[in-house]
Design a protein around this ligand. Structure first.
Ligand code: SF4
Ligand code: SF4
Length: 261
């Protein structure tokens, strides 16, 4: 959820929570607010959110993007931003089933899993990996803080299956950091299309990179090609790194040189 843009949502930045820190929360179907948090959301989708949802629905990434999202170019970043499109007069999440709840629960977006926490990932140029911590976020109508169960952040992450989302979001974060380091403020229309395909439209990237005539594929090792051909998550990871290299570091991923296709 793009919590920062939603005026009623309160992000408590007075405490930085790490894995062993605790908070109290309990979200169960018998809460009077059940599903209230699934309306009128500014929910920005990350590449891995789209990947999981389109697989869940059994449709292509292109169809998912067309039917369930809206896209705009971020004013500050110049990058395409994909948002889940709410539907109907009450701006309901398209995956919410009245009375039942989330119809894509096992593959719901990372922001839905992480709430009532929001993850902050700090990356330093000269260090590998990221340092993460969490803030508490409070939706205005959320009753989950009343008589909540005590969780450590680590327990919450495990319980909600947040790990794979964080891993992929960090690969995406590397890409955004490369843009910042390159000092590139705006992209051309072609570059925006390249970013969009590599990060969000993984099935189009597969067609482009693995199925069409593509010099970069021939320059890549057979081992890598086999790995990204059989494993879609590897393909997404590769695609984001390919975008990073192509747009912000110059050159192709296979040789790392300044060649272009
Ligand atoms: S994806 Fe599921 S949990 Fe997230 S807003 Fe939609 S219905 Fe709610
Ligand atoms: S508003 Fe809070 S407690 Fe209620 S369903 Fe949503 S997350 Fe759970």
């Amino acid at each position: 959820m793009d919590m920062s843009n939603a005026p009623d949502i309160c992000l408590d930045d007075s405490r930085q929570l790490r894995d062993d820190d605790t908070f109290e929360f309990s979200c169960t179907p018998n809460r009077p607010c059940f599903t209230a948090c699934c309306y009128d959301l500014n929910l920005v989708l990350m590449p891995y959110d789209i990947f999981r949802l389109k697989k869940r629905l059994g449709i292509s990434s292109g169809d998912f993007l067309k039917h369930y999202t809206s896209v705009h170019v971020g004013q500050g970043t110049g990058l395409p931003v994909v948002m889940l499109r709410m539907e109907g007069p009450y701006l309901k999440c398209p995956f919410l089933e009245e009375e039942k709840g989330c119809s894509v629960y096992e593959d719901r977006p990372g922001a839905c899993r992480t709430y009532p926490l929001a993850r902050m990932a700090c990356r330093q140029k000269d260090r590998q990996g990221v340092e993460e911590f969490y803030y508490i976020v409070r939706e205005p109508d959320c009753q989950g803080f009343k008589d909540g169960r005590t969780w450590t952040v680590r327990q919450w992450k495990e319980n909600e299956g947040i790990g794979p989302y964080n891993v992929m979001n960090d690969v995406f974060g590397e890409l955004l950091q490369a843009k910042t380091e390159a000092g590139i403020a705006h992209l051309s229309a072609d570059q925006i299309d390249t970013f969009y395909m590599g990060c969000y439209d993984i099935d189009s990237f597969r067609s482009y990179f693995l199925e069409g005539p593509n010099l970069e594929r021939y320059m890549e090792s057979q081992e890598v090609i086999e790995s990204i051909s059989r494993d879609d998550e590897e393909l997404l990871r590769y695609a984001m790194r390919w975008v990073k290299k192509k747009l912000f570091q110059g050159g192709c991923l296979s040789c790392g040189l300044g060649c272009s296709t």
